[in-house]
Design a protein around this ligand. Structure first.
Ligand code: FES
Length: 125
């Protein structure tokens, strides 16, 4: 039911881990399946210089987090904000309908990390 691309990202996740002193952290979870995801970002000159994730969840959640970190790395905050779960599914060349919520978790995690970054920026002003 999974594409080759998804299995590749599941078996060899990119950017897995944690960033020390991140500029933004997004923590999201799905109450139905109980899966949880953290996205850490390091921002320099308004660009996502580094991004990592930790996901305790299903294979699709791990693969979609891996893909979203690849899509967001090097992007400006404004560009990264526009990344959606559809972009992630396109990279994976499809996702079973039952697993759509897993890709939404990745989108929400990235957006939550950006929101946290923005909040921290504003509080420093
Ligand atoms: Fe919950 Fe995939 S089953 S994120």
């Amino acid at each position: 039911m999974y594409t080759e691309k998804l299995l590749d990202h599941f078996k060899n996740p990119r950017n897995m881990g944690r960033i020390e002193n991140p500029d933004g952290i997004g923590k999201v979870g799905n109450p139905v399946c109980g899966d949880v995801m953290w996205i850490y970002i390091k921002v320099k000159d308004n660009r996502i210089e580094d991004i990592k994730f930790e996901t305790f969840g299903c294979g699709a959640a791990i693969a979609t987090s891996s893909v979203i970190t690849e899509l967001a790395k090097g992007k400006t905050i404004e560009e990264a904000e526009k990344i959606t779960n559809k972009d992630v599914i396109d990279v994976l060349e499809g996702l079973p309908p039952l697993k759509k919520h897993c890709s939404l978790l990745a989108e929400e995690g990235l957006h939550a990390a950006i929101e946290d970054y923005r909040k921290k920026q504003n509080s420093q002003k």
